[in-house]
Ligand binder design. Sequence first.
Ligand SMILES: NC(=O)c1ccc[n+]([C@@H]2O[C@H](COP(=O)([O-])OP(=O)(O)OC[C@H]3O[C@@H](n4cnc5c(N)ncnc54)[C@H](OP(=O)(O)O)[C@@H]3O)[C@@H](O)[C@H]2O)c1
Length: 298
Amino acid sequence: MVGAHFVAHGRSACAAAGRRDPRVEGLRVERFADVDLTDLEAVRRAVRSAREPVVVNFAGATDVDAVERERPALSEPPTGVAWTTNALAPGVIADAARASDKFFVQISTDFVFDGVSGPYDEAAERSSYSPRVGWYGWTKSEGERRAIEADPTTAVVRIAYPYRGPFPPKADFARRLLARYREGSMWPMYTDQVITPTWIPDITTALDRLIAARVSGVVHVASPEPTTPFEFASELLSVYARRPVEVSSGRLAEAPTGGGHAPRPLRGGLVPARARTLGLPLTSWRSGIAQLVAEVRA
Ligand SMILES: NC(=O)c1ccc[n+]([C@@H]2O[C@H](COP(=O)([O-])OP(=O)(O)OC[C@H]3O[C@@H](n4cnc5c(N)ncnc54)[C@H](OP(=O)(O)O)[C@@H]3O)[C@@H](O)[C@H]2O)c1
């Protein structure tokens, strides 16, 4: 979802590597290499042999509840598809990128934070391992750590609840809300969760600029104003319906945990402090909603 936007709208001509040829979705890439991130030697070979000077890793095991079911017991060593994909592969990519003199960008998430005291800026320490950090967040956090350790010039671009205009292959949380509203199957939205949704075109522009300037280290790309799922859904549906829409409310703090539900950061989200200093475009959530609805209606 995020990578496809960069390929379609970014300034760079791209080659792609992954387990699904993006040309099937009509995306224009110069070449495609069939690589599964769980095959770490194949990943290393693909990065080392690539002709391109920059590698961006958009791939990941992203279904947070499915990934939670892979969380090992505390006494067991980490293992599983999400561990290999999200934690080990970024380290291997970074190592191969450094060895072949390429600039590496790893896409990451605010779920690396436990949500006790967010939104978090780029200087905040990633949270340590605890039941409050989902297995998805922990595997992504370890991916960041390994990438930076293998290549200190790595850029880590963290995003939060990314959403975009129409994209049939995958619905983001905003377009899922619209679909639910149209079906009349809305569910209660949390009033106590802090989120900073990322307008996906901002990621593409940020990547263009970070790549051109070879900016290393952590950069947050997210709405500069925080919101809640309740506030976001109320605005989205009201703008879409052109009349005030009432959304029912709930509280994340009272939501069931365990049983395959990954914990979500309660006071989560990102403060894009460094991004602001770098002059990157940062679309507020209200403005992103206006653009999304305009694109959906077009
Ligand atoms: N969506 C969010 O809410 C969110 C929030 C914060 C950060 N992020 C991060 O942003 C990045 C992009 O997310 P997205 O929303 O664009 O996710 P997405 O649409 O699920 O894209 C992830 C891609 O990774 C590929 N992939 C997964 N496992 C792979 C493997 N073993 N080998 C090769 N490719 C594999 C998937 O391929 P298939 O098509 O074959 O499955 C998919 O194309 C990820 O790093 C994610 O962690 C996402």
